[in-house]
Design a protein around this ligand. Sequence first.
Ligand code: ATP
Ligand code: ZN
Ligand code: MG
Length: 519
Amino acid sequence: MKKQNETPRGMTFRLKANLNCSSSLSGTESEIKVFVDACNTDLLKRGAPQGCGANILPQWQVSDENFEMEIDSDRFVRAHDALLRFNKEFSKVIGKHHIGIRGVELEDYKITLEWSDEDWFKNEQLAKLQKLPFVKSITQSKKEGGKMLLELDLDIDESALYKRIPDRLIRLLEDKRDAVRWKGKSEHWELLFESDKKPFHFDKDPTEEMLKRDWLRHAAGRGQYIYGPQITKIFRALEKILLDELCTPLGYNEMIFPKFVAWDVWKRSGHAKGIYPEAYYVCTPKTRDPEYWEDVMDYFKVTNEVPVDMIMGKIENVGGMCYAQCPPFWVFLQGKILPDEILPIMVYDRSGTSHRYESGGLHGIERLDEFHRVEILWMGTKQQVIDHAKLLQEQYRHIFNDILDIEWREAWVTPWFMAQEGKAGLAELKEAGTIDYEAVLPYSGKWLEFQNVSVNGDKYPTGFSVKLQSGEDLWSGCSGVGLERWAAVFLAQKGLDADKWPEKFRSIVGELPEVFRFL
Ligand code: ATP
Ligand code: ZN
Ligand code: MG
């Protein structure tokens, strides 16, 4: 599944650099000339096919403490990589004269990317691209079949090259192009399994009905509920079924994952690429000093209003609330090497809430801003992880058929970007990816995703630098079981009256407690 930096399209790079040295280079010109020639015949061609690679243009010059040059290249040895290679060896050459490189100025960096006619960016898209970090300008050439011309900001220093910023910019442009190309196309959806038709005993929205019966109440926050004793008992019964029928027999152990997620976790898990419109952000005070906060306290005491704007200036964002549950687990293994014989490992977490800003999509307990999930996580060799996903599928089928008796289906869902990467063949793609579990809601006729099973390949172990002793790739998978979604699906099909429920489920739930009455 790994997307390589390389792309089949043509690219050219031209970089102007000035190496500022610790003392005058005069007298070393002939030695430098020999070195530059060696670069052009060998150093800057290494790893590239015959006739490809980077070149230092002949008009390089030495003036006092400066060495100025222009590097021209193709995609095989990108000019910025060539510069890094050059610097390393150049330091050795001038080091013999007790001279070092003091600083590297990048004076000009132009990149052209071949682009096809069908992939034109609209004007407003091009306008937005001008604001990308490190970009001086991005234009598209009408003459040359839509070629993209990138000019990088002159302020980028050498450290930006070590961080591979030019490569990331190119990759980002390609991703944006792909997004345009796939826009409007829905994700790939393929039916894998469909249950028998089942008797429905209800045709209403279960949240509405539960509100009428005081089983739950909307809380003070958006998309947040307080669950009363009856629905809580149903949630716990669903959780017990999951643990007794799936986690325990398959050898799972419980862990407790953090529910505040620091940015470093989301940087490594990849969520930092796109989580922003859905995150619940977490902030800490800039200081604990009560004096610093006195004006806020006084404002509230006088107005009885919380001065949110004043608070914003006194806090600092440090991350967000749990979004996908498993990412913060991986810090437990970060940087470690595991012996192969302890695999596969299966753990789960049910220790807290998940939070997502669902905006206008909120709907009853089906789509919440605060919800409850059991996250199941397994890891092993590639084969172990794929085999375990099959076991999970079997156990889930047993739960939905034999205990909950619901009408449901399994579908292979592939986000467009993965579908594209896997163009070669769906069979190969199916090694990693996601199965969604969906059930029909009789009151609306719509299908609702109530859980998923994902094989994540080596994404997490790579992101968190976890390795196997044998050197084989470590793979992992996860499955998020939404308790509210399980309940929503079951109650929508079977109703709130226990006498209509399948016998097995009724006996697991037991009597529903009647605790509150309201006058
Ligand atoms: P959807 O397409 O419905 O938004 P998703 O693809 O965002 O779902 P995942 O990221 O796959 O959901 O999350 C895994 C599971 O977490 C879902 O199958 C569901 O059970 C639960 N879940 C996700 N978002 C919510 C929500 N807003 N309210 C309740 N449960 C949720
Ligand atoms: Zn997960
Ligand atoms: Mg969602």
